[in-house]
Design a protein around this ligand. Structure first.
Ligand code: MN
Length: 280
């Protein structure tokens, strides 16, 4: 386990084609530039329809699976959250068994192309990963009982209905506020670990409070505070079953004094196994 920090492999998935503001495609590169290193960068299609997205996520799944097969843990810097359709398919392939997933997000991301009023793919990855709708036609990569949403405070009825019908646990932001993040995360971990061989955490930065992470495309007031999140992440690092961290929806154009960039760097540092210092 020595020298973990130097060996953390990072995939930069620079796609923004699933969001109305496509500039979160710039997020992964901004982070890699700040780190002063090259990642296993996956070049996205510049534009295109559902075929382009499906081709991109297939490539991302292949790259992710190949990398995780030789690594204990990886990080994926995603542009908009539709990248998750590919990244978690890849993680699932590499762990070779049931995968658990904790989805920290202001939104449910559980629309299908059939139910979404806007049609934006970044609102659909959860449904796709559950094998639902036209984007999920590659099959489910996660069982509903091993998926837990955390911090949700903005959603539409068809999403809530789908998740309820499938039995997915959604820990709303109201519940997080009531329980505290540590207790909410403990429940999420129980779900993600139950009968699985590994699990991951997908962080949509809009799940955090905009005061802590202003550099996002779809901010929603009243989110998870960084001061609570970082100690939780520091605990996850100790768990060998924790295989991948995804950070999505960083929009550097909307950032304020590099606050969000610094936060992403801090999260990567924690995941690299660096000592956690309470400086918030
Ligand atoms: Mn999301």
């Amino acid at each position: 386990m020595a020298d973990k920090k130097s060996v953390l492999k990072i995939i930069a998935a620079a796609s923004g084609i699933g969001a109305p503001d496509q500039r979160c495609a710039l997020g992964p590169e901004a982070v890699m530039a700040a780190l002063g290193r090259q990642g296993e960068v996956v070049v996205p299609p510049l534009s295109g329809g559902r075929q382009a997205l499906q081709s991109f996520v297939a490539t991302l799944a292949t790259v992710t699976a190949a990398l995780l097969e030789t690594e204990q843990r990886i990080a994926i810097l995603s542009g908009d959250h539709s990248c998750a359709i590919g990244s978690w398919r890849g993680v699932s392939r590499a762990v070779d068994g049931s995968l658990g997933l904790i989805w920290l997000d202001a939104h449910m991301d559980a629309h299908t192309p059939e139910s979404s009023p806007s049609g934006y793919w970044h609102g659909m990855p959860v449904a796709a990963l559950l094998g639902q709708g036209a984007l999920g036609n590659g099959g489910a990569v996660i069982r509903p009982e091993n998926l837990c949403l955390l911090g949700v405070r903005s959603y539409e009825a068809p999403e809530a209905e789908l998740l309820q019908r499938l039995g997915v646990r959604v820990i709303s932001m109201d519940e997080v506020n009531r329980l505290g993040l540590a207790a909410a995360m403990a429940e999420a971990l129980t779900i993600a670990r139950a009968g699985t061989v590994g699990y991951g955490l997908s962080i949509d930065l809009d799940g955090l409070d905009p005061a802590d992470a202003p550099g996002v495309g779809s901010p929603v007031v009243g989110g998870i505070r960084v001061a609570e999140l970082l100690p939780v992440l520091a605990d996850l690092v100790l768990d060998a079953q924790f295989r991948a961290l995804e950070v999505a929806e960083f929009n550097p154009i909307n950032d304020v004094e590099q606050q969000t960039l610094q936060l992403v760097l801090q999260m990567l540092d924690l995941i690299s196994g660096a000592a956690y210092e309470s400086n918030h």
